[in-house]
Design a protein around this ligand. Structure first.
Ligand SMILES: Nc1ncnc2c1ncn2[C@@H]1O[C@H](COP(=O)(O)OP(=O)(O)OP(=O)(O)O)[C@@H](O)[C@H]1O
Ligand SMILES: Cc1ncc(C[n+]2csc(CCOP(=O)(O)O)c2C)c(N)n1
Ligand SMILES: [Mg+2]
Ligand SMILES: [Mg+2]
Ligand SMILES: [Mg+2]
Length: 331
């Protein structure tokens, strides 16, 4: 029992974990009572939740506890940013077996704390329960700062689709880990600790974005949600997707012939999930900073090309290949 959370007990563990989190201007009452009280300066709070399950989302042999902490924050605060909001606070449900080392819980918490410092939020509560499967369920809250939220449903024909943040790197990192081969550090680190462009969410709202979401399941599949919600069609220009040199190197290490590497890398940029980049639709006359890379156009839904499994997204005018993540669909 020594050095396991079973030895420490639930309430000591809660005290140790919550002691790591600073208070911020968004916190009226932090952890310790029946609920937290969070400031909502304009009267609205953006709320979202995502779950990480060991074996499904991470493996302890591939990711450190700190990595999982970073990732739990990143995937949730990316959803807040994708609404055009500023990340403020988190609640963390922590379900773990009793023989989990205390050190793992401490390191996970340090990862949460450090990613919160990057995103600008903090933790105000959570829950600790026993479970055979290590599972992290995070609720994130955010503040719109008086602005209108950027929904998935506002894209209009003529809009430009632009992305900011990495694409394909996390999928390449995962493939390297699955293959048991070493590869570019950037791919491995983006898989273990995604780096969503948090501030770009509110920036997109200021720039007049008509629709936005973060890329968790794959660019094509996720933009399909925008296309359906907005009643439009989206055509992506594959040649506007410029693979990072590290992504090209990773696909070569994974066995792609050098001359095919750009195409394979673009395939990962189109279908790879978990980068938590932001993709948004902007009016054609929007003046976008360079980090928002135009990657496609919004068209009338009636111009939709292709048949079969059409998510309302084409690539270079042709039906997009599948490949996005579906937790319950065919693998
Ligand atoms: N069990 C559920 N009950 C109610 N709403 C849900 C449930 N699961 C998902 N949703 C809602 O469905 C919408 C889409 O969920 P989804 O999880 O695909 O989005 P996401 O969190 O942006 O993506 P990802 O989970 O891949 O990061 C969200 O508004 C989410 O709150
Ligand atoms: C061990 C292990 N195996 C597979 C994957 C790949 N994976 C899991 S969930 C997901 C989509 C986003 O999830 P969600 O929709 O729940 O946010 C992806 C691409 C992984 N990360 N770790
Ligand atoms: Mg979700
Ligand atoms: Mg999302
Ligand atoms: Mg998903």
């Amino acid at each position: 029992m020594r050095n396991t959370i079973g030895g420490l007990g639930e309430f000591t563990l809660i005290t140790r974990v919550t002691a790591q989190f600073p208070t911020t201007d968004d916190v009226i009452l932090g952890p310790g009572d029946d609920a937290a009280i969070v400031a909502a300066p304009d009267g609205r709070t953006v709320a979202t939740t995502d779950v990480l399950v060991e074996g499904r989302h991470f493996r302890r042999e591939w990711s450190s506890a700190r990595d999982v902490g970073h990732r739990a924050v990143a995937q949730n605060f990316a959803d807040i940013a994708a609404m055009g909001a500023r990340p403020t606070t988190l609640l963390i449900g922590f379900a773990a077996p009793s023989d989990l080392p205390v050190q793992w819980a401490e390191d996970f918490t340090a990862g949460v704390r450090d990613e919160c410092a990057v995103a600008g939020g903090t933790v105000v509560g959570g829950d600790m329960v026993g479970s055979d499967t290590l599972t992290i369920a995070v609720t994130a809250l955010g503040d719109l700062g008086g602005a209108d939220p950027v929904l998935r449903s506002g894209a209009r024909p003529g809009d430009v689709i632009a992305c900011t943040g990495p694409l394909g790197l996390s999928a390449a990192g995962l493939a390297l880990l699955e293959g048991g081969v070493d590869g570019p550090a950037l791919c491995l680190s983006e898989h273990r600790r995604p780096s969503p462009p948090y501030a770009a969410g509110a920036e997109a709202a200021r720039l007049g974005a008509t629709a936005m979401l973060d890329i968790s399941d794959g660019l094509v599949q996720d933009l399909g949600h925008v296309a359906r919600a907005s009643g439009v069609h989206i055509d992506l220009d594959s040649m506007s997707l410029e693979p990072d040199p590290e992504l090209l190197e990773a696909v070569r290490i994974l066995g792609t012939a050098p001359e095919r590497a750009p195409e394979t890398a673009r395939g990962l940029m189109l279908a790879g999930g978990e980068d938590h980049a932001l993709a948004a639709a902007f009016p054609p006359d929007a003046e976008l900073p360079a980090h928002w890379r135009p990657v496609g156009r919004v068209r009338q839904a009636s111009e939709k090309a292709g048949s079969g499994t059409d998510f309302g997204v084409t690539v270079d005018g042709s039906p997009a290949p599948g490949g996005g993540w579906d937790h319950f669909g065919p693998g």
